[in-house]
Design a protein around this ligand. Structure first.
Ligand code: NDP
Ligand code: GDR
Length: 372
């Protein structure tokens, strides 16, 4: 039997790493597109790396960029993928206000470039396409909870770019018969989540604060509500969407919502620190009321969380809560990981990393620290 070939854009990202692992386990030959960077950017997939001299390799990386059609056409022609997972994006909502044009180019037109490459190469009947769509499309929510039929109201340059990608995917499906799907995924996290997204920023900072490597965690809107799941569970759904008889669009979510403040509390609890909040909005602080972690350098009374308005967004998405009934019925989706389990896994991983940094610091080397 010939093995299936998948091409993943954004292979060096959180989802790219989990999806690569998942598809390799399924017996796929996996090709990934990574962009050129001045330092290595393959940390998340180094454990999957195969030396180019290995015979019969199943994990192969190519240099390319979503803003460069020539590279996309060349790679797709060479790889002849059965499935393309378009995960690459400038994926940070706050950064999209600072780099709106680039975000539109990579996240919006990038999707068009891949779909056009499929068409130019005459691969409409061969190659199935997955578009990484997002709950950010709902933005200023029109209905609670949000499902596939809920109207979109994007609230950032990122979400507007993703809106274009969503509709161009639908259009190429209807116009040219390409098997193309949108996964409207709600927030999903993991120990390899980018350090500037709020969950990882919290687990990383809390671990470092507990060990005395950092004093305080600065956050923006603590009241924002999100439906957080585990990336490992969500990539399986990306694959399943491409295995159906007909292409379709699906919401993937847990159906449970927490605030940023609650996420902080769960992370603190996991580290044996108990927190109370004082003040309101921009003046809010989180103070430690009890410490039960024997390693912790934090003392009762320490203020370890403060609100910094620099992290507020010009337009915010206040509340997201998904209704994944369609995926449950048609794909057999059930979320496997609770938020408490997710927080535990992330905190444990960051605590291990922080302990290593603390050792390095004790040995006289400078430990780095940043708060983005
Ligand atoms: P990450 O930010 O972790 O990964 C994004 C990937 O895209 C990285 O590999 C990055 O490369 C790559 N990339 C960025 N710009 C370009 C470009 N111009 N050309 C080629 N590659 C590029 O995102 P996630 O893994 O969390 O998310 C995957 C996708 O799913 C994204 O499209 C995101 O918008 C979307 N999404 C994510 C959700 C989530 O909660 N995680 C929810 C819904 C949708 P590098 O490593 O070099 O930076
Ligand atoms: P989001 O994720 O914008 O939902 O996009 P992020 O973790 O950045 O923000 C979630 C919420 O937390 C609030 N917040 C902060 N956010 C960050 N990053 N840093 C802070 O200090 C901070 N303080 C409070 C935010 O205002 C927001 O309300 C993610 C990305 O993965 C997208 O690519 C994806 O499409 C969506 O999830 C679904």
């Amino acid at each position: 039997m010939t093995r299936k070939i998948a091409l993943i854009t954004g292979v060096t990202g959180q989802d790219g790493a989990y999806l690569s692992e998942f598809l390799l386990d399924k017996g796929y030959e996996v090709h990934g597109i990574k962009r050129r960077t001045s330092l290595f950017n393959t940390d998340r997939i180094d454990h999957l790396y195969q030396d180019p001299h290995v015979k019969d390799r199943r994990f192969i990386l190519h240099h390319g960029d979503l803003t460069d059609s020539t590279s996309l056409v060349r790679i797709i022609q060479k790889v002849q993928p059965d499935e393309i997972y378009n995960l690459a994006a400038q994926s940070h909502v706050a950064v999209s206000f600072e780099e709106p044009e680039y975000t539109a180019n990579a996240d919006g037109i990038g999707a068009l470039r891949i779909l056009e490459a499929i068409r130019i190469l005459g691969m409409e009947k061969k190659t199935r396409y997955y578009q990484a769509s997002t709950s950010e499309l709902y933005g200023l929510v029109q209905e609670i909870p949000q499902k596939e039929t809920t109207p979109f109201y994007p609230r950032s340059p990122y979400a507007v770019a993703k809106l274009y990608a969503y509709w161009i995917t639908v259009n190429y499906r209807e116009a040219y018969g390409i098997y193309a799907c949108n996964g409207i995924l709600f927030n999903h996290e993991s120990p390899v989540r980018g350090e500037t997204f709020v969950t990882r920023k919290i687990t990383r900072a809390m671990a470092r604060i507990a060990l005395g490597l950092q004093d305080c965690l600065y956050l923006g809107n603590l009241s924002a509500l999100r439906d957080w799941g585990h990336a490992r569970d969500y990539v399986e759904m990306q694959w399943l969407m491409l295995q159906q008889e007909r292409p379709d669009d699906f919401v993937i979510a847990t159906g449970v919502q927490y605030s940023v403040r609650q996420f902080v509390e769960l992370a603190a609890e996991e580290l044996g620190l108990s927190l109370t909040w004082e003040g309101e909005g921009e003046h809010e602080t989180g103070r430690v009321v009890a410490v039960s972690n024997k390693d912790a350098k934090v003392k009762t009374g320490d203020v370890i969380v403060r609100v910094d308005p620099r992290y507020f967004r010009p337009t915010e998405v206040e509340t997201l809560l998904g209704d994944a009934s369609k995926a449950r019925e048609k794909l057999g989706w059930t979320p496997k990981t609770s938020l408490r389990e997710l927080v535990k896994e992330m905190v444990q991983s960051d605590y291990t990393a922080a302990k290593r940094d603390a050792l390095v610091k004790m040995a006289g080397f400078t430990a780095y620290d940043y708060h983005e």
